[in-house]
Design a protein around this ligand. Structure first.
Ligand SMILES: Cc1cc2nc3c(=O)[nH]c(=O)nc-3n(C[C@H](O)[C@H](O)[C@H](O)COP(=O)(O)O)c2cc1C
Length: 344
């Protein structure tokens, strides 16, 4: 793994070099807490023309299914206020091509791979986990359960705690690496789903996947997306993501969280760590700025240094603790954070 100190090129914030960015997710140590988000950087190759992806904590690959898929009909992307809607529909080469081409590319470069898997039945997920098992470079499985379950009238696994738990239990039995369940915010109680998948064996949780939306074209007066609905992502969803992470971390503080949803800057990432995430994924921001994941990492390290923290780990879940119990030695007290705001 590349020394993360190399991230800070001359002219960057020297104070940031004093911050230990390492993070541990379910017993696996990563050089830093900034990852790509599934579906927003394929398997990392495209990013390599902009920066060295081995400088990130890891690359979360686009959700892979058993067979190649061309995805949904176009148009399947739409810009919305502070975000975007997509209905890509899990386009991809299928697991065999992924294992032959994409995962080795990451492994050869020493880039920790978090492989995202997606299926139409609980059995699909088990087959995928079995195929990926023991592959070089694989450090974690992210189980995308925001997929329609063809055996249950298309109900999304992540919206049904029992179906979500069944998928995770199967994947857990087939996997040799930590299993993270990726949750959907489109549920009445995210804590109920989180508890169900953790009881079924999930080592950790990824939050959040996109939230369902619709856009209408005001000229045609028809839905903008061919699929009508799409997943909303980008800064518009950030408070929803923070709310989900806050609620789940409060209920299960021992369960590691990989947080995502609208992260564009180091300060955004800092919010996620403070809410309870041990690491973050940068997704939609990559479409406007391909350097975003690396920039977020540099900005996060600066932000930690300037708040008197010596490691990223110190901040995880800090927003849940009373203000007077958490000021690092030598740092200015956070006078702009009234206790009553933090406790509501
Ligand atoms: C174009 C696009 C494709 C996505 N594909 C996947 C995917 O294959 N699997 C998955 O779990 N999430 C997928 N997501 C969701 C992201 O990984 C992430 O959870 C979500 O977009 C929120 O983060 P963001 O606002 O930083 O993008 C996709 C998002 C976008 C915008």
């Amino acid at each position: 793994m590349t020394d993360v100190a190399l991230v800070a090129a001359p002219g960057h914030d020297d104070a940031a070099l004093g911050v230990d960015p390492t993070t541990v997710l379910a017993g696996v140590a990563y050089a830093n807490p900034v990852f790509t988000a599934s579906g927003c950087a394929a398997a990392g190759q495209e990013l390599a023309q902009f920066f060295d992806p081995s400088l990130l904590g890891g690359v979360v690959t686009k959700s892979i299914m058993l067979k190649p898929r061309s995805g949904r009909a176009t148009p399947r992307m739409a810009e919305t206020p502070s975000g975007m809607l997509n209905s890509i529909g899990l386009q991809g080469p299928g697991i065999d091509a992924f294992l032959e081409r994409d995962l080795p590319w990451l492994a050869e470069r020493g880039i920790p791979a978090v492989v995202s898997i997606a299926g139409e039945t609980a059995e699909d997920y088990v087959k995928l986990a079995t195929k990926v098992r023991g592959r070089k470079g694989l450090t974690m499985l992210e189980v995308n359960i925001s997929c329609p379950n063809v055996e249950s009238r298309g109900q999304v696994f992540a919206c049904d705690p029992a179906a979500a738990a069944a998928v995770i239990a199967g994947v857990r039995r087939a996997s040799s690496v930590p299993v993270f369940a990726k949750l959907s915010p489109d549920v009445t109680s995210i804590v109920d789903v989180a508890q169900a998948v953790v009881e079924a064996g999930a080592h950790g949780l990824s939050m959040i996947n996109t939230t369902l939306g619709v856009d209408i074209n005001t000229d045609t007066l028809r839905p903008t997306l061919a699929n009508v609905t799409g997943g909303l992502s980008g800064p518009a969803v950030r408070p929803i993501a923070l709310r989900c992470i806050w609620q789940v971390h409060a209920a299960m503080p021992e369960v590691p969280i990989l947080g995502m949803g609208g992260i564009r800057s180091g300060l955004d990432a800092l919010q996620f760590l403070a809410a309870g995430a041990s690491a973050v994924s940068v997704g939609t921001a990559v479409f406007g700025d391909p350097h975003a994941p690396l920039r977020v990492l540099e900005e996060l390290r600066s932000a930690l240094a300037h708040r008197g923290f010596s490691s990223a780990a110190e901040v995880v879940g800090i927003a849940h603790r009373p203000v007077d119990a958490r000021v690092p030695e030598g740092a200015d007290p956070p006078g702009d954070l009234p206790a009553e705001t933090l406790e509501t």
